[in-house]
Design a protein around this ligand. Structure first.
Ligand code: PCA
Length: 319
């Protein structure tokens, strides 16, 4: 009897030791569709593994600040995490193609660009022991200001919120003053006068209640940037085959679902901006021409600094 009890206890321990709890950081808040999509991903993994792999999401940069998430996955502080893909453009410009103005401006373009980018960045991330699980775009990026913007000259001198190096370059080129602010800090940055204009999606505009601090929005649809979820290769390899398959299946479903959520939000969140009192206007031809000129300048700078990997992405996309 004693043996039996000990045996049963050992079995319980073995099962408990087998079940794994994983922490997953993301920079974005709970109302963000990306975060909701990842919560569903975690639920799917939990269900498919009967609770053997339990992923806990830590939103709004609560576990690691945005800039540290990739490194935390790399050094196995956490097994997996989400971040804004083009933030890695300082490592290789291949990561930043989706944030170059007027390269890919629709979901169709963005899907072709991701098809061109995925194999290249998969190789680059493998060198760091990281595997991409899925990538989902934000709705096309629009312009938030106080008052209507008729030409790029109207942006001159504005304190401009930026979220990556490309947007910082953009702001500088239009004569604005870029300030790096995380998405979850946008309301505070406007409230304190740190910034007075921004380019971001209708989703982030709504999530940060943009009507509290700007009056006008125009869908310049200049680029369709993506988030990416990466997993540490050694942590993935440490899972049994069934659990690995469950993670990959949930990731594939999350990518498909995330692109659909994004497209739905492009419309519903633009409508929500208007419903909350923001004046949503069509960009003038002059404004778009001016912005395209900035885009060309930026692409020239990009091209001069591009690695072979970065060029391979753009060539595959253009051909
Ligand atoms: N929202 C995020 C990234 C792009 C977007 O639409 C942000 O503004 O930080």
């Amino acid at each position: 009897m004693k043996h039996f009890i000990l045996g049963a206890a050992a079995l319980v321990c073995a099962t408990a030791a087998h079940a794994q709890s994983w922490d997953m950081p993301t920079p974005y808040g709970d109302s963000t569709f990306h975060t909701q999509n990842i919560a569903q991903f975690a639920d799917d993994v939990r269900a498919a593994t009967d609770g053997a792999l339990d992923i806990t999401l830590h939103s709004a940069g609560s576990l690691f600040p945005h800039a540290e998430i990739k490194g935390a996955v790399r050094n196995r502080s956490v097994p997996l995490g989400e971040f804004f893909l083009s933030r890695l453009s300082n490592e290789d410009l291949a990561f930043g193609v989706d944030s170059q103005p007027f390269v890919a401006t629709s979901y169709e373009d963005a899907a072709r660009l991701w098809a061109a980018q995925e194999p290249v960045i998969t190789e680059l991330l493998a060198e760091q022991g990281l595997i991409p699980l899925f990538s989902v775009p934000w709705p096309a990026q629009g312009l938030y200001t106080n008052g209507e913007i008729a030409t790029v000259d109207d942006l001159n001198g504005l304190r401009f919120r930026a979220y990556n190096a490309a947007l910082e370059e953009f702001a500088t080129l239009v004569g604005a003053a870029p300030v790096q602010i995380e998405a979850s800090n946008i309301p505070q940055a406007f409230a304190t006068g740190q910034v007075e204009a921004m380019i971001t999606s209708p989703s982030t505009g709504v999530n940060s209640t943009a009507w509290d601090f700007v009056t006008h929005y125009t869908a310049i649809n200049a680029w369709v940037p993506k988030n990416i979820v990466v997993i540490n290769q050694r942590m993935f390899d440490g899972l049994d085959a069934d659990t690995q398959a469950a993670v990959l299946a949930a990731a594939e479903a999350a990518e498909t679902r995330g692109w659909e959520m994004s497209a739905a939000e492009a419309e519903s969140m633009t409508a929500a901006l208007a419903e909350n009192g923001i004046t949503v206007y069509e960009p003038s031809a002059t404004l778009i021409e001016g912005l395209q000129g900035i885009g060309e300048t930026m692409l020239g700078t990009w091209d001069a600094a591009a690695s072979d990997s970065a060029r391979a992405v753009l060539n595959a996309y253009n051909n």
